[in-house]
Design a protein around this ligand. Structure first.
Ligand code: ZN
Length: 91
């Protein structure tokens, strides 16, 4: 599973208002970060969702996505796109 953290650099990041970032490996084995989670619960929920999605993805599907992903992921991924479950279905 991935991890979550704050990259704001505050002395007491557990109490500051900055959002959490989740870091995980996607179905392509690529390390991805998603930011903008207001609370730790949100970050944990997203991390769990990613884990479940990865378990559901059949190896053959992951392979097809890997081939597609090499053409589309580089340079085109935006935080908004990676946050949307719908968008991730098309990559
Ligand atoms: Zn902070």
């Amino acid at each position: 599973m991935g991890s979550f953290f704050k990259d704001c650099g505050c002395a007491r990041p557990t109490r500051c208002p900055h959002p959490y970032t989740v870091r995980f490996r996607n179905g392509l084995g690529k390390q991805v970060e998603e930011g903008g989670f207001t609370t730790q619960d949100d970050a944990i929920e997203r991390r769990t969702q990613i884990y479940v999605e990865k378990k559901r993805t059949a190896p053959s599907v992951a392979e097809a996505r890997r081939e597609l992903g090499q053409k589309t992921v580089l340079g085109t991924a935006s935080p908004a796109a990676t946050l949307s479950p719908e968008a991730s279905c098309h990559t």
